[in-house]
Design a binder for this molecule. Structure first.
Ligand code: NAP
Length: 269
């Protein structure tokens, strides 16, 4: 990489963010298409987002990804918010230019990675666990695909609120509909630091697809899915696919997925 006066700057803004895998593959994508650009992590605390955002604009940064805890707060700072992001209520990709534009590519990342394994989602029954920020992107994708969706969350009011926005039916326990679910999506942060059973995992069965948004963890859900013969997917591919879409928005170039996956090879099991 030759850093010069013409190098364009991109990055990911979050807190914490040092662990992010995005720089690993975004820099390879720039290199592959021959763009003089670098992608770096920017560690920005919640209360510093506005200051950081103005700074990034002033420094002529070309584009950023946003991660926890900034995806919702950024929305009100932008000149334009894409309707997908507007409905989801979160932006994970900003393109700087004459105006600042916000997009959500999480839902595309989720959909592309799930489709790779299950194909068409229309007619499939999906049980979604969780009602936080990422659940909104997941529910948006599933609604677009006309899947039948059941939603469960620890805090029931939050699930109820989401089911009024996205086509879904709330359930009081996952076990209520588990048997009929083709796909179970865990959008909760359970498994990230603390782990325990969100439902009786021994009821999972062969052929069911279990998609967990977190990645790089040997979660109980992963362990039980494999034990019960279910197909287990973690969120690493989702991360890559959302990043590929961000890259396309910033540069107008269609990125090569192989380049990104090769960059993360040792993380893909
Ligand atoms: P969030 O907005 O903070 O939502 C957290 C969700 O987890 C809520 O539904 C919360 O339930 C639930 N939860 C937390 N602790 C719980 C517990 N002890 N028992 C039951 N439920 C619990 O977080 P988020 O932005 O949706 O992110 C969730 C996870 O997805 C994170 O681990 C994140 O890293 C991952 N993620 C991955 C990707 C990717 O590209 N692979 C993208 C986005 C997010 P309550 O409402 O009851 O609190």
């Amino acid at each position: 990489m030759n850093i010069s006066g013409n190098t364009s700057l991109y990055g990911v803004v979050g807190y914490p963010v040092k662990h992010s895998l995005s720089p690993l593959f975004q820099n390879k994508l720039f290199e592959y298409v021959g763009l003089n650009a670098v992608y770096v992590p920017f560690e920005v605390k919640r209360e510093e987002l506005k200051t950081a955002f103005e700074g990034l604009k002033a420094l002529n940064v070309k584009g950023i990804n946003l991660t926890i805890p900034h995806k919702e707060a950024i929305v009100d700072m932008l000149d334009f918010v894409h309707p997908d992001a507007e409905k989801i209520g979160a932006v994970n990709t900003v393109k700087f230019g004459e105006r600042t534009e916000g997009y959500n590519t999480d839902w595309i990342g989720f959909l592309n990675s799930l489709r790779e394994t299950v194909g068409e989602l229309k007619g499939k029954t999906v049980l979604v666990l969780g009602a936080g920020g990422s659940a909104r992107a997941v529910l948006y994708a599933l609604e677009k695909e006309n899947a039948k969706v059941y939603l469960w969350n620890r805090t029931k009011e939050k699930a109820k609120k989401l089911s009024e926005i996205f086509k879904s039916e709330t359930v009081s326990s996952p076990e209520e509909v588990l048997d009929s679910a083709h796909i179970i999506v865990n959008t909760t942060s359970v498994g990230l630091t603390e782990d325990y059973l969100l439902f009786d995992y021994s009821l999972l069965k062969e052929g069911q697809v279990v998609f967990e948004l977190i990645y790089g963890k040997n979660t109980l859900l992963k362990e039980w899915s494999q034990k019960r013969g279910a197909v287990y997917l973690d969120g690493l591919k989702m991360l890559v696919y959302q990043g590929l879409e961000s890259f396309r928005i910033w540069t107008g170039c269609k990125p090569n997925p192989k380049v990104a996956f090769q960059a993360l090879e040792k993380h893909l099991k």
